[in-house]
Structures are given as C-alpha cells and as structure tokens.
Design a protein around this ligand. Structure first.
Ligand code: SIN
Length: 303
C-alpha cells in the first residue's frame, strides 16, 4: 500500500510502499503523481535503482533532458547528470561537483525550463553519525501566496532575466575562491565558450502559473536571475533581494538529510533548491534526471 507522510507545513512528503525499480501500474503512478505535485518535493526512501530504472521511472513524467555539460553526463546514459566530488584516474571531477551553490530551479534559463528533477543518492558523506551535504528546498508558491496583495499586483507586470552565462561564470568564480580557501578540494570543470554560447538569456515573467496545480509561484532565483528586465539596476536588485529573502524564509523551507537509496523528486516550477558544501573531502555521489517542462507563457529569448 502506498503511504504518503507530510514532512513540512507547506512542502515535502515521504512516499513508502513503492518499488521504483519496477514499472508502476497506472493506479500507483496516479497516486504518486498526485502526491508529488501536491507536496512539491517527495522522497522515496530505500530504493535500489540502476540508471535505466531511474530513467524509466522519471520518463513517465515527460521527456528527459541531456544536460549541456557533457562532461558531467553518465557514459551510455546521457539522461543522467552526475553530481559528485569524486575524481577519475586522471584526477578530474567525474561530474558536476559544484551544482546548487545558489538558490535556483534546474534549467530555469532554458526556453523549456525543467518541470521536475529526480536525484538518486548513491554515496552520502557521514560525519559523527550525521549525514552531510543536505539539500534545502523553498516553496515559491507558498511564498507567493503569502505576499501582500499590492506586491502581487506589482509583480504581475514584471519580467526578469534568467542567464545561464552569468550563472556559470559566477558559480565558477565562487568555486575557485573556495578552492583557494581550501573549502573545496576538487577542481570544477571550467565553463567552455561553446557551453556559454549555447544557451541564450531569457526574459521571463516574475510570476508563473504552474501548469499542473495552477498555483502561482515566484520565478526569480539568486542563482539564475541576472537582473530585472526593463528596470533600473539598483531598483531591480533591491526588489530581487527582497524576493529572495522572502522565498527562503524558514517557514517555506524543507531541508533534506540524505540517506543512500533515497530517490528525491522535486517540482522545479514550484520550488527552488540549494546544496550544502560541508563534506569535502568525504565522497558524495548522486545521479540526477531532469524532465523538460513547458515553455513559460510571455517569455522571450534575448539575442
Ligand atoms: C542541484 O541539483 O542543484 C544539486 C543539489 C545537491 O547536490 O544537493
């Protein structure tokens, strides 16, 4: 029997009674689908998944992405994006070891931002009996709902720029600084000119309606928003800071403490997330699959 146990006030649930290594029948899938979109982030503990099994389960929700960072894809399974601080025999990072440094939703800079991501925990660092490398999730739908009416009206007219280029350059610089300080021990792959040129900036509305739940959410993030569109820089930055602080206030946040075998799935339209880098040099390894979402209404590609 499938059991759904809520974890937080606004978001988060644990789903037990399903074995994701086997195809779910339509009725079980419908229950999982409903619980997922209702709770925005769900964990299926104790799973034993091969890459094809993870791919088969997440594909039930839509088309899987092949990440622009080819060096972090799993060989023979381009749908799997490796998150890890482990290195190969040449001493190079085997995946992205610095993803999630800033609050963001996955691939929000694309013409079709991600609908959801599923992250499967293979190796989780533990110190003094406590798992390290937590991931935090913030509900941008609950945060939107809690805004004063005047602010909702103001935001309805506004757009912001999601920029892959800005994000990669900012993230890489911060990682280099961590390396210099000795906080991180594995050199992240530098963004290539081809990667930076391959994803154009997007101007997208600040408020987005979720295609499944119809909830409204805030579509801005400190990781991927470079600036407000058509607004003086100082005024835009102030507004963005106010929104970031609001979205990530404790009442809208769920913190996941990982265990090996967790398959955690989150809604990228309803949530933002952030990684915690407190474990180097202990090894951490997770596999991510990401489902493509619909284009954002009223968004446009910038040259
Ligand atoms: C991410 O997908 O942003 C990474 C999350 C994590 O490694 O905790």
């Amino acid at each position: 029997m499938i059991t759904v146990t809520k974890l937080g006030k606004h978001l988060g649930a644990r789903i037990t009674g399903v074995d994701l290594s086997k195809p779910l029948d339509d009725n079980s899938f419908a229950q999982v689908y409903e619980a997922f979109f209702d709770n925005e982030v769900v964990v299926f503990p104790g799973q034993k998944l091969t890459p094809p099994q993870q791919i088969a389960f997440t594909q039930r929700f839509g088309t899987l992405e092949h990440h622009v960072r080819k060096e972090a894809r799993l060989a023979d399974h381009p749908e799997i994006f490796i998150l890890s601080n482990k290195v190969n025999d040449q001493g190079e990072a085997i995946g992205a070891q610095d993803a999630g440094r800033f609050w963001h939703s996955d691939l929000s800079y694309k013409t079709h931002p991600s609908l959801l991501s599923a992250l499967y925990a293979i190796e989780i660092p533990v110190k003094d009996g406590k798992p390290l490398g937590d991931t935090r999730f913030a509900s941008s739908t609950a945060a939107y709902k809690a805004l004063p009416e005047a602010m909702k009206q103001k935001l309805a007219e506004l757009k912001n720029i999601h920029s892959y280029r800005d994000y990669r350059i900012k993230n890489y610089a911060a990682q280099q600084e961590d390396m210099r300080l000795g906080i991180r021990t594995v050199q992240e792959h530098a963004p290539t000119p081809e990667q930076l040129a391959s994803v154009p900036d997007m101007a997208t509305p600040v408020v987005r309606v979720h295609p499944v739940t119809k909830r409204k959410g805030l579509f801005v993030s400190e990781g991927h928003t470079s600036h407000m569109y058509d607004m003086p820089q100082e005024e835009g930055d102030k507004l963005l800071r106010q929104l970031y602080d609001h979205i990530t206030s404790p009442e809208f946040v769920y913190t996941h403490h990982w265990e090996p075998g967790d398959l955690l799935m989150w809604d990228n339209i309803a949530l933002q997330h952030k990684a915690t880098f407190d474990y180097d040099p202990l090894p951490r390894l997770l596999y991510r699959t990401t489902v493509r979402g619909p284009a954002v209404a009223d968004s446009k590609v910038l040259a």
